[in-house]
Design a protein around this ligand. Structure first.
Ligand code: ADP
Ligand code: ILO
Length: 346
């Protein structure tokens, strides 16, 4: 590890957004700045410096990071979301505006559907710069609000601290819980004091879940088996408005909902299906072409940076900022319809 005040020499074949946009000159301009929470450029880039296989490589410690280090964040945001400094974010969580009849009513292709949003509590630092006490206070506040939910959203909060290894392993394998020890989050300072302050809330059916104090302070999740995307979105939209009445979220006109990773800004929404497309996946070039056309990302089924299993892929919207929540889900829906048609034609 080089001296943290020196420009990090990254390998020439490094493909991350950090490597692309952090010149030595820019580093020199930003290296002595810090936000009012004491967050520095070196902290913002540490994940990408320690993990040279990062796609992005930077994290914000607070709202101010996005302005203090705008020389680095703005071009990354522009390239990832196609969103410029002058643009304003927009929001629409109304399920009535979504056109998404089940694209696979017989269940031949879609295994499950999941839509999540990230949220962070207003007027507090984001995870990379938060203190242990602040994190624990958030857990207290958020779990209290969640425990007050009623009807189909009613459930139980399970702190990670004290959870048995067998329970957490099962929850992770079943795609409900986040993994421990992610090296990208570790280097971003997001795993400090682990597992204290972290936990998961879910209803009995595990169709509504909230992750507390992972990469973002809240990840609000709606999921179920099959391809009824509209039902999943409707549940999520209701849950967000219930929680928002009790927990104020960090939001700006320009960047929408603030998140620690710039890829999640705006709607902070990732709408995905796990879908079996074995024939299409045999020709990755065609598969990726359809994904690009509908602004979609292809992931493996055990989360980001994982591989596919048995021809099943995680297909999700790539754009999150400058588009509404309805548009994010519509991107995913339209692309999935096109992929199913391509699979059937093969
Ligand atoms: P994120 O939480 O940022 O959306 P990850 O890619 O890390 O992203 O996924 C988190 C978890 O959610 C993983 O266990 C993953 O397998 C699961 N997951 C994502 N999409 C679906 C889906 N459509 N159906 C079932 N599980 C899913
Ligand atoms: N820091 C990681 C992940 C970036 C996008 N994904 C998430 C979960 N925020 C990287 O740069 O590859």
């Amino acid at each position: 590890m080089n001296d943290k005040n020196e420009f990090p020499e990254l390998p020439a074949d490094c493909k991350s957004q950090l490597c692309k946009h952090l010149s030595k000159e820019l580093f020199e301009t930003l290296k002595d700045k810090e936000t009012s929470n004491g967050f520095t450029l070196r902290q913002a880039i540490n994940s990408g410096v320690e993990n040279i296989d990062s796609g992005i490589g930077v994290y914000a410690g607070d709202e101010e990071s996005y302005t203090t280090f705008s020389g680095l964040f703005d071009p990354i945001i522009e390239e990832y979301h196609g969103f410029s400094k002058e643009d304003k974010h927009k929001s629409n969580l109304d399920p009535a505006d979504l056109n998404a009849p089940n694209p696979d009513p017989d269940g031949d292709f879609i295994v499950s559907t999941r839509i999540r949003v990230g949220r962070n509590v207003a007027d507090l630092p984001l995870g990379p710069a938060i203190s242990r006490d602040q994190r624990n206070d958030i857990e207290h506040q958020v779990s209290g609000a969640l425990n007050g939910l009623t009807g189909s959203l009613a459930g139980t909060y399970f702190p990670l601290q004290g959870m048995s290894e067998a329970d957490s392993t099962q929850l992770i394998a079943d795609h409900f819980l986040f993994k421990a020890g992610d090296r990208f989050l570790e280097a971003a300072g997001l795993n400090r004091d682990w597992p204290e302050g972290r936990g998961i809330y879910h209803n009995d059916e595990k169709t509504f879940l909230v992750w507390v104090n992972e990469e973002d302070q809240l990840r609000i999740i709606s999921m179920q088996m099959g391809g009824d995307i509209k039902e999943v979105f409707t549940r999520l939209s209701n849950a967000i408005s219930e929680i928002e009445q009790q927990v104020p979220f960090s939001y700006t006109e320009h960047l929408g909902y603030l998140t620690s990773c710039p890829t999640n800004l705006g709607t902070a929404m990732r709408a995905s299906v796990h879908i079996a497309l074995p024939k299409l996946a045999a020709d990755m070039e065609v598969f990726e072409k359809i994904a690009d056309q509908y602004h979609l990302q292809i992931r493996g089924i055990h989360g980001e940076h994982s591989e596919s299993e048995g021809g099943v892929y995680d297909i999700s919207n790539r754009r999150r900022l400058g588009v509404t929540e309805v548009e994010c889900v519509q991107d995913m829906y339209d692309g999935v319809v096109a992929m199913i048609a391509a699979e059937k034609a093969l």
